[in-house]
Design a protein around this ligand. Structure first.
Ligand code: SAH
Length: 259
């Protein structure tokens, strides 16, 4: 299916945009979290069974997870879910809203980071959720320019059979995309299925996030290592997008598999 969406010619316009981790944490404090979808993502719902391929016991990764309820969809089926998120507020709200009790421990590999694990009386559920909180002291961020996922690799989170990337690649600062893609690729296990949602809108009208990631850039980031198939292109224009000044807004769902 194709809606014939044209690539925007001025894709470079967002390339120097930078949000710091503080900016993201502020969004959670000031409740600018319209990205959160209370019903979960409809395209994931639609493709859920084909994404799982009837397999059990998968390891599923949610980069930049927020409080995405889709994490629970996988855990409820017995899969192991690992999320990474910078906002402790988001993580705590996720567990509270999903009625899950949890433990928290410091992550030894990364100073200041924590691991939240679900704990219930049901053994099967134990450790099926693991959310890593990245937490850096501001001095650390400035000194090493560590506003990014580059640290995930140090956390030993293992490899994954599935990745659900919605609001993640498109939330990463444009200048960090290469590094983000390298890390994601390093986390994939043989036979992986990586579902990725990107957006198409006029980037001269809205500064992002979410950022516009053109198809050509996607190919550059993942095309040499992965087969890329566009499963869906849907019109996702809502009132809140119109207030940004955009008059079209499409979501594209890509499935990336091993080449
Ligand atoms: N994937 C989620 C959230 C999307 S918004 C969803 O679909 O609802 C992006 C999220 O990434 C925010 O919750 C923000 O706090 C978090 N974030 C941004 N940069 C991050 C980083 N470098 N490391 C971890 N989390 C980050």
């Amino acid at each position: 299916m194709s809606l014939g969406i044209k690539e925007h010619p001025d894709a470079e316009v967002q390339k120097n945009r930078v949000l710091t981790l503080d900016d993201w944490q502020d969004k959670w404090v000031t409740r600018h979290i319209a990205f959160h979808q209370e019903q979960g993502h409809q395209l994931l719902k639609k493709h859920f069974d084909t994404f799982l391929k009837g397999q059990s016991g998968l390891r599923v990764f949610f980069p930049l997870c927020g409080k995405a309820i889709e994490m629970k969809w996988f855990a409820d089926r017995g899969h192991t879910v690992v999320g990474v998120e910078i906002s402790e507020i988001g993580i705590r709200e996720f567990f509270a809203e999903q009625n899950l009790s949890y433990t928290e421990e410091p992550l030894t590999e990364i100073a200041g980071a924590k691991v939240f694990k679900v704990c219930t009386d049901y053994e099967f559920f134990r450790e099926h959720f693991l959310i890593l909180l990245q937490h850096f002291r501001p001095s650390q961020i400035k000194r090493n320019n560590l506003s990014l996922p580059s640290l995930w690799s140090r956390a030993n989170i293992g490899k994954f059979d599935r990745i659900w990337d919605r609001g993640a690649l498109v939330a990463v600062n444009p200048g960090d995309r290469d590094r983000y893609a390298d890390i994601i690729l390093s986390l994939l296990r043989k036979g992986y299925h990586y579902l990725l949602v990107v957006l198409s809108y006029d980037p001269t009208k809205h500064t992002g996030p979410p950022f516009y990631v053109p198809d050509a850039e996607l190919k550059k980031l993942f095309g040499t290592k992965c087969n890329m198939q566009c499963l869906e292109e849907v019109d996702a224009l809502e009132e809140r997008h119109k207030t940004w000044g955009v008059d079209y807004f499409f979501e594209k769902l890509y499935l990336l598999t091993e080449k």
